[in-house]
Design a binder for this molecule. Structure first.
Ligand code: GLC
Length: 631
């Protein structure tokens, strides 16, 4: 008896050992594939062999610690690298507390998310952050601890596992440009510990800071002017590109880079599928430069990509680059040396709202043409609204050619969306209105910008009808863009602006909280009732989502192009994937219009109504749209 048990145990042990050797061989294969380039780039940045050796050791340890389920996911996705480009990918970003109280709450709402056809959730920052000095969670004081009110790391493990069971991918922010001033490193630096001071940018007088100020623009000119903060206790200035309580990390110090990579891998091992690299263009600083998009930033992102491919190849990198297209695109890297898997389509988002305010699609068409001409492997995340403000970063050179000046146009857009000009029904607030440059950005929810808030307040049915049509048309158009669509939690039931932030002294100064309101769950009861706004918007989106999931032509990497309509207010987008073709028509005006297109390559059916329709001289109703599929 005893003997057979012993034999069995021995056999099991041997089996286990064989599995371990096998997975280590997988690791070795990945490591060897990238080793040379990894070493080369690391040495170029740091020239420090022992720190490089430490990084490699730690990568292997994180790999060993990575759960078997995640390793098998790695393997699955490695063999199916296009897994995230399919037409069923639909994201939603949400604040855990606003959406469901805490992480456990989110886990209890997974069925609702599935009802929304969402299979990718972006959990807004949830790591430890000081109350009142958190920048919405973007000032992290401990990268390995969840905010107490939101739960624990175990809750996160359990949520990601539950999501994976349902085929939902989880995204989180990796705020690597800075730490909170309460982070352990910052506390030690504040007490004058040189080792920790060297992890930030400290200066004992304002000479160097004033030189930096000459070339570095301001992110928050009104709410947090300047790029440096005086730290009384340390008797030094510290670099703070964002808020004074967000201290910029010094990536010239290899200790900073290594430790942050260990944090990154720790989080990846919690089952995170997509890591959003926050404020990535800012991570390398150099005197006499704008301290944005420096070449070293790309070296770092490339190294991160290789670290992912070695340790956790199922993880995607999403870069947050809120800049003009020429600056965004390099973050994809090249096809043989890729950096980020996905980037935000920010200029298109801003240009969309410009189009709403002008009812003129020409600039948007040009912008989409730029995006559509990029390699299909580049995947953009498309969105109408996110947690941040809208900066009016448009192609002003093109607008100038038509006599539209940057300053006056920004003023028009801000006036329009506050509801002051251009026959607008929008509601919202300015953000960081700079009294010197007269520049301002804008904040509001999609529904409020479409007029749903005003129509509801005035109980104006005609206005409401128009606002809902605009809201749905914009979503239909967003689904048609090249890439993956991302909903903002609450938009599926047309949540309007939330003004209660003004009563919270910690938030009152930051108007971005106007569109970061709590989810109104009592309204969810209405989603089946077509006599309510929630019902109409939810079901309208549902229909679009179902079509998108069914039709291959919506794949992220489908061929996408625009078609001239000879009508200023109507945009036309074509898509083809594996022989299937869809044409979308979108009327950005409150009047009926005719799109003078002439597609004579066969019969088409309109996917929402199921009716036959010829894509030749199509009448598109006010704020209406069509999805025409070639039969
Ligand atoms: C990103 C975030 C923004 C935050 C900033 C600083 O831009 O989207 O909300 O304020 O980074 O971390």
């Amino acid at each position: 008896m005893k003997k057979t048990l012993k034999k069995k145990l021995l056999k099991n042990k041997k089996k286990e050992a064989a599995v371990v050797t096998e997975t280590m061989q997988v690791y070795k294969r990945r490591f060897e594939k990238h080793f040379e380039e990894l070493q080369w780039l690391y040495t170029e940045l740091y020239g420090n062999n022992s720190m490089f050796a430490e990084l490699c050791d730690q990568m292997e340890s994180f790999y060993r610690e990575r759960g078997a389920d995640l390793k098998s996911l790695d393997f699955q996705r490695e063999t199916d690298p296009g897994w995230y480009k399919r037409n069923d990918m639909l994201g939603m970003m949400l604040y855990i507390d606003n959406f469901a109280g805490d992480l456990k709450g989110v886990q209890s709402k997974l069925e609702y998310l599935q009802k929304c056809n969402v299979n990718y959730i972006h959990l807004m920052p949830f790591l430890e952050t000081p109350k009142g000095r958190s920048d919405g969670g973007y000032a992290v004081s401990d990268f390995r601890k969840v905010q107490e009110n939101l739960g624990t790391m175990e809750d996160l493990d359990s949520l990601t596992a539950a999501c994976h069971k349902k085929g939902i991918r989880v995204c989180m922010d990796f705020v690597m440009n800075h730490t909170s001033e309460d982070h352990e490193w910052a506390q030690r630096a504040r007490r004058g510990d040189g080792e920790y001071m060297s992890r930030y940018f400290f200066f004992d007088n304002d000479h160097i800071p004033s030189l930096y100020e000459k070339t570095v623009p301001q992110v928050f000119p009104t709410t947090a002017p300047g790029n440096f903060t005086w730290v009384e206790e340390a008797g030094h200035f510290v670099m703070t590109t964002f808020y004074p309580y967000q201290w910029d990390l010094n990536y010239r110090n290899p200790r900073v880079f290594n430790e942050m990579m260990y944090n990154f891998l720790y989080l990846a091992n919690r089952g995170i599928d997509i890591i959003r690299i926050d404020a990535v263009p800012y991570i390398w600083k150099e005197l006499n430069t704008p301290c944005r998009n420096l070449p070293q930033v790309h070296t770092i992102v490339r190294i991160m990509r290789m670290i992912c491919e070695i340790v956790c190849p199922s993880v995607l990198l999403l870069g947050e680059v809120v800049m003009e297209p020429e600056k965004v695109v390099p973050y994809f890297g090249t096809l043989d040396k890729p950096e980020c898997h996905m980037l935000y389509n920010v200029t298109t988002m801003a240009t969309t709202w410009h189009t709403v305010a002008t009812r003129d699609v020409r600039l948007l068409k040009r912008q989409l043409d730029i995006v559509n001409s990029l390699p299909k492997d580049y995947v953009f995340l498309n969105y109408l609204r996110c947690h941040d403000d809208i900066g009016w970063g448009l192609d002003y050179a093109s607008l100038m050619a038509e006599g539209i000046g940057e300053c006056s146009h920004k003023k028009y857009l801000n006036d329009y969306f506050q509801g002051f000009a251009g026959g607008s029904n929008s509601r919202g607030e300015l953000y960081n209105a700079d009294p010197v440059s007269k520049d301002a950005r804008f904040c509001a929810t999609t529904a409020s910008m479409c007029g749903i808030e005003r129509a509801g307040f005035e109980q104006n049915d005609g206005m409401m009808e128009q606002a809902i049509r605009l809201d749905l048309m914009l979503h239909a158009y967003m689904f048609m863009q090249s890439g993956i669509p991302m909903l903002y939690s609450g938009d599926e039931i047309a949540q309007v602006n939330d003004y209660t932030y003004k009563e919270d002294p910690y938030k009152a100064e930051d108007s971005r909280y106007i569109h970061r309101g709590a989810m109104k769950w009592e309204r969810i009861e209405n989603i089946t009732d077509l006599d309510t706004v929630e019902g109409r918007v939810f079901q309208g989106l549902e229909q679009l989502e179902r079509i998108r999931k069914k039709e291959k032509a919506f794949a992220a990497n489908a061929d996408t192009w625009t078609i001239e309509t000879w009508e200023q207010s109507v945009l036309c987008i074509g898509r083809v994937f594996e022989g299937e073709k869809i044409i979308g028509l979108f009327n950005f005006s409150e009047h009926d219009k005719t799109a003078w297109i002439n597609e004579t390559d066969g019969d088409y059916v309109e996917l929402l109504s199921g009716e036959e329709m010829k894509p030749i001289g199509v009448n598109v109703p006010a704020y209406g749209f069509y999805y025409l599929k070639k039969e």
